[in-house]
Design a protein around this ligand. Structure first.
Ligand code: AHR
Length: 330
């Protein structure tokens, strides 16, 4: 007799063996409609979009790892729109996939669809970005970076550069997509860390939507209205790379006339550090696929899973870039 994996999950969770706290409260008795009887776990993954090099690497990591683990992947691209992502998740619920994973476009407004997944007995794994739901039983675990720490690391590097100096430092900030956890947290982490020093002033801050095109457009506007920019803090590499073009077109030297701090660590950003155009990159690791597949397997077996799984990351400066570039995986 075929026994649904979600049924196993529901029984084990109700018995308290899954420490995530997600106990299925739906009927939990239906067979795996999406997986059929071929024994394969079916994972529905709702991706944010394809806005950046980081995201492309993240998607590839998930697709490659699903294949390697023998997990059937249903994949959707929300094109940076929450309504598309909710639609995709509802589709996975209807298909009765074994597990749903997603990287939320924004951090608010997820409770209704997460409750629907819970009612259907389908465990949900958050990857990369968190949600603001106070009911943490709506998801099994959250795997990804600490974006506040990333913002702090960016500020720490900057504070060190100006240690012992008393001049005013004019900073412009390219924020990520409005409402996205990395945009909110990277702003906060950086802002809080420089707040104690009145010499550091964020003179302009606007979204560049995590894309090169928008990063360039907004940086062009920043340069037109602010003749005296010392530092650019970009919430991701794509916006920093777009901004470099704007700075060069304005006749200035990126990395020299304007110091550039970026987050992610894609190969193009490492090359820009080698070329002297980006000064420092705070790493944010997109290669979450292998760990995600392990979690998917564990959750379907009803094994214990930590509620928060943190990604380990570093900080890279220009003097480390040439040595690190050949081994960068994304
Ligand atoms: O959520 C991670 C962020 O999303 C990355 O830093 C950015 O490049 C991506 O678009």
């Amino acid at each position: 007799m075929h026994v649904s994996r979600r049924k196993i999950f529901a029984v084990v969770a109700a018995a308290g063996l899954v420490t995530s706290g997600l106990a299925a409260c739906g009927d939990g008795t239906k067979d795996d409609a999406a997986g059929g009887d071929d024994g394969k776990i079916v994972l529905g993954f709702a991706q944010v979009g394809a806005e950046s090099g980081w995201r492309t690497a993240n998607t590839k990591s998930i697709q490659d790892s699903a294949k390697a683990a023998g997990i059937e992947l249903q994949f959707s691209d929300a094109q940076q729109k929450q309504e598309n992502q909710i639609k995709a998740i509802r589709g996975y619920i209807q298909q009765k996939v074994d597990v749903i994973a997603f990287s939320p476009v924004v951090n608010t407004g997820w409770d209704p669809v997460l409750k629907e997944a819970k009612a259907a007995g389908i465990p949900v794994i958050l990857t990369d970005r968190a949600v603001d739901s106070t009911d943490t039983s709506l998801y099994v675990t959250f795997i990804g970076s600490d974006f506040i720490v990333e913002g702090q690391r960016a500020a720490d590097w900057l504070l060190k550069q100006y240690e012992g100096k008393n001049e005013q430092v004019n900073i412009v900030e390219l924020q990520g997509s409005p409402g996205a956890a990395p945009a909110i947290d990277r702003k906060k982490g950086f802002g809080d860390a420089i707040a104690a020093n009145p010499n550091f002033k964020i003179i302009a801050s606007q979204t560049g939507e995590f894309t090169r095109a928008k990063g360039k457009e907004v940086m062009t506007a920043f340069l037109q209205s602010n003749p005296d920019i010392d530092v650019l803090y970009a919430h991701n590499d794509d916006m920093a790379l777009g901004a470099i073009q704007a700075i060069e077109e304005a006749g200035k030297k990126p990395g020299v006339d304007i110091k550039i701090i970026s987050i992610d660590g894609v190969k193009d950003a490492f090359q820009a550090m080698v070329d002297g155009k980006i000064n420092v990159v705070v790493e944010c690791n997109p290669l979450l696929g292998p760990q995600l597949m392990e979690l998917v397997q564990k959750v379907t077996k009803g094994e214990t899973i930590e509620k928060r799984i943190l990604t380990e990351e570093g900080v890279f400066t220009q003097d480390q870039a040439a040595a690190a570039l050949p081994t960068r995986e994304y």
